[in-house]
Design a protein around this ligand. Structure first.
Ligand code: XIL
Length: 320
């Protein structure tokens, strides 16, 4: 059949990432966005280093191109990410001013950004990846923590909530299925934020052989128990985590298909009130960030480099 992902997923949005150059170019990428997906996320152009490159000088040109494309085609936009230690411009890292001036700058950044996209961006990751991976998962000692204090995350959520009472606010982080201790640190934050946070973004950078089904199910169950929306964000499923294949074998493609099915099934089974979106982190295998990140060949996505549907694509549909 020729059912699209978004038509098959009747109770939640199906998302992927895009770039301003791709929506400006049109062609096969935008055809797939329009046909298959109902939610777009900017891969890197709605992060602070791009939107606020120098003090007093905002640049929303790339964000505007993607948001305009979404508006024209009836797609939701998930804003990713206001505060991330890995996408902080150097002028902010080396901020010249008092702590009070720093906090006022952050408030202006969040307020300006959310106000600009009010009614056009449905949801924002307010803070991304705030916790260390190491023992106890302390807060990373980012410039935000150093200058605004241990409650900097709550302050950022409050600035966002004040700027737009209707937009959905998320905290987003990785290893949420594989690490129960990191999940516990995240849930402490969620308890502290209370009504300021609408949902939890669980980055799903996983592999065909793990985390296990029960680990992913526990994550989903615990978010539901917290009464928050769940975003299965940044889904990609490595087929080659052990570097044991040089091309995507049929056997591995089927294992990957089964894992996509499992993830979608778990997501599709949570209560409607907790559903939000499931977002894959890329369209074509050859465009996946994982290839650079891990430095080896992989085929983690739903479409091959020629935009053909892979077994993984059909696994996604089978999960619905
Ligand atoms: C990555 C993008 O895919 C890259 O293009 C960019 O250079 C760096 O960021 N966790 C996140 C995403 O929250 O924003 C990251 O995206 C991948 C890891």
């Amino acid at each position: 059949s020729d059912t699209s992902l978004k038509d098959a997923a009747t109770t939640f949005s199906v998302g992927t990432i895009t770039r301003s150059s791709w929506v400006n170019a049109g062609g096969k990428h935008t055809d797939i966005l329009k046909k298959e997906f109902s939610n777009i996320t900017s891969e890197y152009e709605m992060k602070m280093n791009v939107m606020y490159p120098s003090q007093g000088n905002y640049d929303f040109s790339a964000a505007d191109a993607m948001v305009d494309f979404a508006q024209a085609n009836g797609l939701n936009v998930h804003g990713h990410a206001l505060i991330w230690h890995n996408a902080t411009p150097s002028w902010v890292v080396n901020f010249a001013g008092t702590n009070a001036e720093f906090e006022a700058m952050v408030k202006d950044y969040i307020t300006t950004t959310l106000t600009r996209f009010k009614g056009k961006v449905r949801s924002w990751d307010v803070v991304n990846e705030a916790f260390e991976d190491g023992s106890g998962h302390p807060l990373r000692n980012s410039v935000f923590r150093q200058k605004m204090g241990d409650d900097y995350i709550k302050k950022c959520f409050q600035f966002a909530r004040d700027a737009d009472p209707d937009v959905l606010l998320f905290y987003n982080d990785y290893n949420m299925a594989s690490s129960s201790t990191k999940r516990a640190a995240m849930f402490n934050l969620v308890d502290d934020l209370g009504d300021l946070i609408d949902g939890i973004g669980a980055q799903m950078h996983i592999s065909y052989n793990g985390p296990s089904k029960s680990q992913i199910q526990s994550l989903a169950d615990q978010v539901v128990a917290k009464g928050k929306k769940l975003h299965f964000a940044e889904l990609d499923i490595r087929a080659n985590p052990n570097k044991d294949i040089t091309s995507l074998t049929d056997e591995r493609a089927q294992e990957q298909r089964a894992k996509y099915k499992e993830v979608v099934q778990i997501y599709n089974s949570i209560p409607l009130a907790n559903k939000f979106a499931l977002t894959v982190w890329g369209v074509r295998d050859n465009e996946s960030w994982l290839i650079d990140f891990w430095g080896n060949a992989d085929w983690p996505l739903l479409f091959d480099s020629n935009y053909n549907k892979k077994a993984a694509y059909f696994g996604f549909l089978e999960g619905l």
